[in-house]
Design a protein around this ligand. Structure first.
Ligand SMILES: N[C@@H](CCC(=O)N[C@@H](CS)C(=O)NCC(=O)O)C(=O)O
Length: 216
């Protein structure tokens, strides 16, 4: 397996957690520096035409793309521990929570969007930060409401780690990157803390990846 990665990429962080939980160690981790725009180089465009991380090559063939699709693939080829509940309703809830983050919030704060706001729409830095904080906060507020449900346990769904927890931990890291106050979301914070105490989550943290600064 070959993982295209960058320390700061939150979508890759999600895949790293899943790989660690499954006990899979990619043979190769290829750094694509998003801060230098390496995702737009011809070499990486050939890997993922969306010019976004992560991308995972398993064996031959074209790379797999989109973190949620990759995580479900890993879950199917290495079913233990499962990252989705066994019942259809539970799976729908977990996928819904994960997608609030991975589909409705995170895509609005990725480099290509921030760069478009800067270079095309000419928005200044504080305005761009307001944009990012808005979309991160909106998702956290919705999640906090969902997490008040009886279906929430030690983790987002019952007492087993799922893809919703993987996404939530990434969202919390994003909130830190963009200096969002997460104190209004105590349930989310409690679950994030519980996850971060698990080695598979801790080792996947952006600041523990090669090339990361010592702190933000
Ligand atoms: N929906 C995608 C998001 C992929 C994505 O936008 N990744 C970011 C890093 S977290 C990226 O590589 N962005 C490059 C860019 O925006 O130019 C996924 O979940 O994999």
């Amino acid at each position: 397996m070959k993982l295209f990665s960058f320390w700061r990429s939150l979508a890759t962080y999600r895949v790293r957690i899943a790989l660690n939980l499954k006990g899979i160690q990619p043979e190769e981790v290829i750094d694509v520096n998003l801060m230098k725009g390496e995702q737009r180089a011809e070499k990486f465009h050939a890997v993922n035409p969306m010019m976004a991380l992560p991308a995972l090559v398993d064996g031959g063939g074209p790379a797999l793309v989109e973190s949620l699709a990759i995580i479900e693939y890993l879950d199917e080829i290495h079913p233990h521990p499962p990252l989705l509940p066994s019942d259809p309703r539970g799976r729908a809830r977990v996928r819904g929570l994960a997608q609030i983050i991975a589909c409705d919030s995170h895509p609005l704060v990725v480099p290509r969007v921030r760069e478009y706001l800067e270079h095309e729409l000419k928005l200044d830095e504080p305005t761009r930060m307001t944009w990012c904080r808005h979309w991160i906060t909106q998702a956290l507020a919705a999640l906090e409401t969902h997490l008040k449900s009886r279906e929430t346990g030690k983790f987002c769904h019952g007492d087993a780690v799922s893809v919703a927890d993987i996404c939530l931990v990434g969202q919390a890291a994003g909130a830190k990157f963009f200096q969002v106050d997460t104190s209004p979301y105590p349930t989310a914070n409690r679950i994030v803390e519980t996850c971060q105490a698990i080695d598979a989550f801790a080792r996947a943290h952006p600041l523990r990846q090669p090339g990361a600064p010592a702190s933000l």
